[in-house]
Design a protein around this ligand. Sequence first.
Ligand code: ADP
Ligand code: ZN
Length: 618
Amino acid sequence: MNIESAKLALKKYFGYDKFRPMQGEIVQAVYDKKDVLVLMPTGGGKSMCFQIPAITLEGVCIVLSPLISLMKDQVESLKANGISAAFLNSSLSPSEQNEVENAALNGSLKLLYVSPEKMVSQSFLPILHQAKISLFAIDEAHCISSWGHDFRPEYAQLGFLKKQFPQIPIIALTATADKITRRDILAQMNMQTPEVFVASFDRPNLSLEVRPGQKRIEQIVDFIKQHPGQSGIVYCLSRKSTEELAAKLNMKGIHAAHYHARMPAQQRAKTQEEFINDNIPIVCATIAFGMGIDKSNVRWVIHYNLPKNMESYYQEIGRAGRDGANAKTMLFYSFRDVTVLKDILTGDENAGSREHVDLKLAKLDRIKQYAESLICRRKILLSYFGEHQQGNCGNCDVCLDPPKVFDGTTIAQKALSAIYRLREQVATGMLIDVLRGSNRREIYERGYNNIKTYGAGGEYSTYDWQYFIQQLLNLGLIEIAYDQKSILKLTAVAHDVLFKGTTVKLVRMVSLKERRAAQKVKAKKPVSKRQRVRDELFERLRQLRREQARERGVPPYIIFSDATLEEMAAMRPTTAEKMMRVSGVGEKKLQLYGQLFMGCIQSFLREKSGEGIGILKE
Ligand code: ADP
Ligand code: ZN
């Protein structure tokens, strides 16, 4: 088999013109009968690496997949592209299982997805021996590592594959890239002189944004209103806050549901399904949500609270934009979240050994640094995963709206002097109250109203002060004594600022009011006619996709991805030949939906012909 036939299959079945980076090399390695390990981020395009060989090689590809819902989704996607695929797991009745097994034996299947239990069961072994197998694909291969969170005991038994089927290549795939996991996979699978492919973990279509955690709900409501009709997830730290937030959004007329582990299983499954089918656009959830689903058209992910480390953060935002179209991510950051997470990490009885806790705290510190960064965020994110990005990304808040630096010496002096006069005995909250001249009873009781800096910072809001103090911490002017109720202490450098005239540069926070004003200006800017037409047509196509999905009982993204609809709206194809040029339209989909979607485009063009909008030239 050669790579040219692989490319033809990519176009014919999936409607894609070219392989993404590494996909081609990986397919070639499989053709060369090599054992392969693939490390690629979520949404990177791992499935194609075994699906293309499966389609083009003789026999059936056995795919091990740990999640029933994912299996179903992948099989549905394959079938929608005219590829014969099936799955075997406990959700099928014995007679259904029989039917699938027969299909595998008589060679009518190209891909067979099996659950871990099935894969290692004695009853399945004869099938493996009798069927003509092209390839074993081990998805979510990190489940083999007892070090990870997703350890599956059945995965640890997979060594038998290479022993009993030495001629059949194995491809193992995962989005977890750490070295221990990598080593475990290679060793436990008994892979023979494997080729390891490590793709870049960058996901350039995901925008990165961090905002101060003030007035979060108002900000979320604003954001959702600017992105109507899109699918999104808001991750919250606690079960209670998922419920509260969803309720508040609904009160504002935004359709949202909540999701957390304590909900009855049935209700959880229903919420997930409604989300997948685009019937519930927004879910406020704890981090468990989204793990078992492949929904490719999640257009945004918001973190209501700071995640506990960079790995979780990246995995969670990775659930957005899997179709490759632009997607937005937004993280709310407040110092309070750091304190809460610290308490959780250190207070938990199951936290483990001292080293374990220290490691977790160090990881928390890294994401805190990310959130407080004043340089390109993608740079920091990628460097955490061991990649170096040259230059700035142009798709994060720091790149798009660089922080405005000003001379903050007076502000710093006020804060430092107040800490000094308060004898380094108060935490952030009290310091800000003193600076702002609050009338809290405690202040009078302690006589803090008599110090010289009482009320000296009234011109700034509490949020502004929190932001300044966070910067003073990062600049090393103050320290937090975590073991003494988080009171603030001055460092040696602080004395230079107070007494030796050292200047301090600070960054001012953009307030919600300013954000809204900027948004208004942006909204007033006229959109080009071309863009308006595109948006309008995209909406119509999306509506049609929804209707078709309902009729056929499949999720909308299985019919066409958002990326494909966007391209259709831009290219407005009205002939089969042009339709086939749209990325994501293969032969089967052209046959099933081509007429319908072209019909929709044609009637749109007829309506708009008065405005001088017609079929696009080449
Ligand atoms: P992963 O399993 O790595 O999370 P998927 O295999 O689900 O990622 O792929 C993510 C998305 O990218 C899917 O919608 C898939 O159809 C699309 N995709 C994969 N390979 C290509 C390609 N070569 N060209 C265009 N789109 C692709
Ligand atoms: Zn950037």
